[in-house]
Design a binder for this molecule. Structure first.
Ligand SMILES: [Zn+2]
Length: 84
């Protein structure tokens, strides 16, 4: 997630360098970030449906191994390469 965020920032800065200030590039980067994060937000606990990336009110860039709500083992349902 942080890598994607950095990539988005680099994209905006590089386009900014070449084409001047462009809100279009900024919009494209935002869209890219949303698209990149969409699969992440689908990692829900199979038992209670709680998102694996939420810890209380905080969103973390790596999934919980154990569901914080019901204690289910999420290690089996979430790909190992999903986190950072
Ligand atoms: Zn759960």
């Amino acid at each position: 997630m942080f890598g994607v965020l950095a990539l988005g920032i680099v994209l905006v800065l590089s386009v900014d360098q070449f084409y001047g200030h462009s809100s279009l590039a900024f919009a494209a980067a935002i869209v890219m970030l949303v698209v990149a994060n969409a699969p992440m937000l689908r990692f829900n606990c199979p038992r209670c449906g709680k998102n694996a990336f939420f810890r209380g009110i905080f969103v973390v860039p790596w999934p919980n191994r154990i569901c914080t709500r019901c204690g289910a083992d999420l290690d089996r349902v979430i790909p190992k390469n999903a986190g950072g």
